[in-house]
Design a protein around this ligand. Structure first.
Ligand code: GLU
Length: 290
């Protein structure tokens, strides 16, 4: 009797294991939502062995799929006329594709916004995020980051002649605009008690709203605001930066091989001088010494 029970239990266990193996979603990302059917998934496996995981998938596929901004001048902006996407982050993505395949065109750029980038990464639509993304403790719970590849800080954009000259002039009644999913929202709401930021889907929408007089201030990283002053010189930055926003390339959690590869790539980019060339091309000056 006891023997049969044991045998029954082991058959059950074997069947359970079989079902589990068959159901295991294709990229091993059993913990995250929205990946049930594996559709649109660029990552086909995950694991610690050298031939598994996102890095191995990228190599097998022969193309890097990077999540980048399409709305952010200087970092990732799509030209509606030509369809080209250009900016600092785009050049970083191209250089990474070049290191991977010896060909910078082996790259697919997929649009992310501040709000969609983490879900798109974690459901396997993109291999990594190169999109003005601040490394933060909160985000580290959801994704892994590379080393810092750009240093920004939060600031304010106002119309020339505005009485708002810096954060000290912002009150809870100031109409402040920002973008959903950006660190900038909580940062400024924490600094100005009672303030509620009006939030938009992306930076071009927020800037259009500012220009239409729907707000007095647009807040995000100084480098992004600097790009907007290039689009319309009637707008200027007000005051100093009031946060540190170090940008990192984000990857799915647990993809150690990919993180190491990307960090090695960033080191090479800096030591070869190519990083400085890309920086000067977009920011107009040399990066500050480390
Ligand atoms: N760096 C900030 C962030 O990661 C603001 C820029 C953005 O929205 O991407 O949230």
């Amino acid at each position: 009797m006891r023997k049969w029970k044991l045998r029954g239990a082991s058959i059950l266990l074997a069947a359970l294991l079989l079902i589990l193996t068959a159901c295991g979603n294709s990229n091993g990302d059993t913990g995250s939502a929205g990946n049930g059917n594996g559709k649109g998934n660029v990552n086909s496996s995950s694991g610690s062995a050298a031939d598994e995981g996102v890095l191995a998938d990228i190599k097998k596929r022969g193309k890097l799929v990077a999540g980048v901004k399409f709305d952010t001048k200087l970092f990732g902006l799509k030209d509606p006329g030509t369809g080209d996407v250009e900016g600092f982050d785009i050049d970083i993505a191209k250089a990474l594709a070049k290191k991977l395949f010896g060909d910078e065109s082996k790259l697919e750029l997929k649009e992310v916004t501040s709000q969609t980038r983490i879900p798109m990464l974690n459901n396997g639509e993109i291999d990594l995020i190169i999109a003005t993304m601040t490394i933060s403790e909160k985000r580290k719970k959801e994704v892994d980051f590379s080393d810092v590849y750009f240093k920004a800080g939060q600031s304010l954009l106002v119309k020339k002649g505005s009485p708002i000259k810096g954060l000290e002039d912002v009150t809870k009644d100031t109409k402040v605009l920002g973008v959903k999913g950006a660190t900038s929202i909580k940062n400024i709401e924490d600094k100005v008690p009672g303030l509620r930021v009006q939030q938009y889907q992306n930076y071009q929408e927020a800037f259009t709203a500012l220009k239409a007089g729907q707000g007095e201030v647009l807040t995000t990283d100084n480098a992004i605001l600097f790009g907007m002053t290039k689009q319309d010189p009637n707008y200027v930055l007000a005051g100093d930066i009031f946060t540190d926003e170090p940008y990192g390339i984000a990857m799915k959690k647990g993809e150690q091989a990919l993180v190491e590869y990307v960090n090695g790539f960033l080191k090479e980019l800096k030591s070869s001088g190519e990083y400085d060339t890309i920086y000067e091309k977009w920011i107009g000056e040399k990066p500050a010494a480390e």
